[in-house]
Design a protein around this ligand. Structure first.
Ligand SMILES: *Cc1c(COP(=O)(O)O)cnc(C)c1O
Ligand SMILES: [Zn+2]
Length: 398
């Protein structure tokens, strides 16, 4: 069953609907099975380990074995900041971002509904993931990308997996509006995160974090926020496990936005229930370059209910955190993902995160997604002749 988060109107699972037809607000899937956590034991560590909590028939799932991503304790960075730090590495998913979790459920649902075409608007990773899962399911796939604003790796993936890629003269928010109209006329099944089934897959990040911590909640989960689906999904996941009695406490949800695209942070600071859209969002972190996040209401609830925080970071802070994580811990992430680390540093320095807190930063996508940013952050390789003298000279630096 789906339920409107504002007026509570309920909709059947076999209805193709994205927003409440009574009040226009967004929907969530209701899914609270009555099982013991013992059922998870001895299962392969993919997101389908928690299949009882997924609102699709497990017999027909479309999967590339997404989830079960690394949960790395980062002592060097943690000690420097005076906290206990874990990094959840979502770049290790099949197409290199957490979007795969949502697409596995979303495409499985598309098959159950019997549609033949799926589509999305995307800042890059959603289209890369959708293209791969649509290929695996044998569905036609249409993706809309904002012209010139998509990182190279993501564009390559969407095209290579055989999606029809359309470059839109406009930004993400405008592309989403266009493809949503098409979906509402029934021409395709929309798999942006306004589709509540996407978030059902992504809530497994929350499941895995508390499972990784031996059924305890961390003090805090920090992640980058763009369209705000993921922070809402992770909160949904941890609250479902809390309600099921698997964990005693809940984490403080902490969302980080880029300064030039921060409607949710501003709403939180001003105590508002919804956002004021940003007309022309701008940031180097293209995955969170979003001015009118569709899941803003859910995200604001997640942050408020969990007594969490919102923070903004500059492009400079993002790029420096990206390099720091790569060089102190060996974890390569794309710029948007580094916003969580940049935000952590800022919140520790301003005293809003306490010393000794146990913090999980979710890093959302792989460094190779945006090779141009990575290359531009480095010096050119030194060219040498293939002999021991010039090699020695180069590594000794004289
Ligand atoms: C999609 C994405 C985000 C933003 O997630 P939302 O659910 O839109 O808030 C952040 N980082 C990366 C790498 C992404 O692909
Ligand atoms: Zn409603």
């Amino acid at each position: 069953m789906m339920r409107c988060i504002s007026c509570g109107a309920e909709y059947s699972d076999d209805e193709i609907i994205y927003t409440c037809s009574k009040c226009g607000s967004i929907l969530e899937v209701i899914c609270q099975p009555n099982v013991s956590k013992d059922v998870f034991q001895c299962r392969k560590s993919t997101m389908w380990k928690y299949k009882e909590f997924m609102p699709v028939d497990p017999a027909g799932i479309v999967s590339l074995e997404e989830g079960g991503t690394p949960f790395c304790k980062c002592d060097k960075l943690g000690n420097e900041l005076g906290i206990e730090l874990y990094v959840k590495v979502e770049g290790s998913n099949p197409t290199g971002s957490f979007k795969d979790r949502g697409m596995s459920v979303g495409i499985t649902k598309a098959m159950e509904l019997g549609v033949d075409t799926v589509g999305c608007a995307s800042t890059g990773n959603t289209s890369a993931s959708l293209a791969a899962y649509a290929a695996r399911a044998g569905l036609k796939c249409v993706v809309l990308l904002p012209s010139g604003k998509v990182a190279l790796g993501k564009l390559a993936q969407a095209m290579f997996h055989g999606a029809q890629v359309l470059s839109v003269r406009g930004n993400f928010d405008q592309a989403l509006e266009a493809i949503t109209s098409l979906a509402l006329e029934g021409h395709l099944y929309l798999l942006n995160s306004i589709n509540p089934y996407r978030l059902e897959g992504q809530k497994s990040i929350g499941f895995e974090i508390v499972d990784d911590l031996s059924w305890k909640s961390p003090d805090r989960i920090i992640l980058p926020v763009g369209n705000a689906g993921n922070i809402s999904a992770i909160w949904k996941g941890v609250t479902e496990f809390h309600r099921a009695g698997f964990i005693d406490d809940l984490p403080r949800m902490t969302g980080i936005q880029a300064e030039g695209a921060a409607p949710i942070a501003h709403a939180i600071w001003e105590g508002l229930n919804d956002i004021e859209p940003v007309e022309n969002p701008e940031t180097v972190a293209t995955a969170i370059r979003i001015g009118a996040p569709v899941s803003s209401k859910k995200a604001i609830r997640a942050i408020t209910e969990s007594d969490g925080l919102a923070e903004t970071v500059s492009d400079e802070e993002i790029l420096s955190a990206q390099k720091l994580l790569a060089r102190t811990e060996g974890i390569g992430v794309e710029p948007a993902s580094a916003a969580s680390i940049a935000g952590l540093i800022k919140l520790v320095n301003s005293g809003k995160i306490d010393k000794g807190e146990q913090v999980v930063c979710v890093v959302t996508g792989h460094v190779l997604k945006d090779p141009n940013v990575a290359i531009n952050a480095c010096e050119e390789p030194i060219e040498i002749d293939p002999n021991i003298d010039s090699l020695l000279k180069a590594i000794k630096g004289d």
